[in-house]
Design a protein. Structure first.
Length: 156
């Protein structure tokens, strides 16, 4: 039989499993974000200790490596003053005439459906540094953003 028709095992035909990519840049977190990371690490450690299925254990260990790295590199930036848009602020603004509210948080805490946006997102980068009443360009449009109010996100 030709070598082309031999099969060593099922594993050789599976897609390779890569490590989770670590976002580039600092790993800024809010107090809430750090707590979420710690909870995720604890849950994964419990899973790794309890799992017996080899595939599930491999996945849990990979996830644990990612979250351990995120926990060890987490940085709590200084609490913002609330005078300008910064990491850890909730901002109300007009975007092309429509009112929007979002909080600027860490990469792992971001949840756009809950108006939690990563500090590295394009909209966050356009907002950071602005003060109440300031306007800024966004997505190729002049003065697409106007800041209405800024508040410090409650530290939980």
């Amino acid at each position: 039989m030709s070598v082309a028709f031999r099969r060593e095992g099922d594993d050789e035909h599976l897609e390779p499993k890569f490590e989770h990519p670590i976002p580039v840049g600092p790993n800024w977190v809010t107090a809430r974000g750090l707590q979420l990371i710690k909870e995720r690490v604890a849950a994964l450690q419990a899973d790794v200790a309890a799992l017996t299925d080899e595939v599930a254990l491999k996945i849990a260990k990979r996830d644990l490596r990612y979250w351990n790295t995120r926990q060890s590199t987490a940085e709590l930036p200084p609490v913002p003053s609330g005078d300008k848009v910064e990491f850890g602020t909730r901002v109300t603004f007009l975007l092309n005439g429509k009112e929007k509210i979002l909080a600027i948080v860490g990469d792992d805490e971001a949840d756009p459906a809950k108006a939690l946006v990563s500090f590295s997102a394009p909209i966050s980068r356009a907002l950071i540094g602005l003060e109440r009443g300031d306007c800024n360009d966004f997505a190729g449009q002049e003065d697409a953003i106007e800041i209405l109010s800024i508040a410090v996100v409650a530290q939980e």
